[in-house]
Structure formats: structure tokens, C-alpha cells
Design a protein around this ligand. Structure first.
Ligand code: SF4
Length: 64
């Protein structure tokens, strides 16, 4: 289970880091997404998938 981030699309909404804080972080200066774990375990996957669904610019791609 892997994740590809399209950081060029990120607008810094922070949804991903709020929903899946063990998978995503947010740059404190730019507010853009930072990766924490782009190969998350099965336990983290549901939250990662929920974050991908909530990203307003589809910047989180799930590669199962
Ligand atoms: S939810 Fe999407 S737009 Fe918002 S910080 Fe995360 S990757 Fe960026």
C-alpha cells in the first residue's frame, strides 16, 4: 500500500494532516502537505484513504 503525493496541487487546506496525522504532516511555514509515511500499514490505510477523499484538489493518490 503506497501513496503518491502531488504536492504541486496542494493548497494547504490541512485536511489530510487532520484526518491522518500519522501519514501526513503540514509545513508550518507554507502550510503545504509533507509526507510522514507514504507506505502506511493496513491500520493506517483507512485514515489515509479518507484523507485522499477529502483533499479538495485530489493531491493524494492511493496506489494499492
Ligand atoms: S488535504 Fe490536499 S490540499 Fe489539503 S493539505 Fe492535504 S494534500 Fe494539501
Amino acid at each position: 500500500m503506497k501513496i503518491r503525493l502531488h504536492t504541486d496541487r496542494c493548497i494547504g487546506s490541512g485536511m489530510c494532516a487532520a484526518i491522518a496525522p500519522t501519514v501526513f504532516d503540514q509545513d508550518p511555514d507554507t502550510m503545504l502537505v509533507l509526507p510522514r509515511d507514504l507506505s502506511p500499514s493496513a491500520e493506517k490505510w483507512a485514515a489515509a484513504a479518507a484523507a485522499a477523499d477529502c483533499c479538495p484538489v485530489s493531491a493524494i493518490e492511493l496506489l494499492e
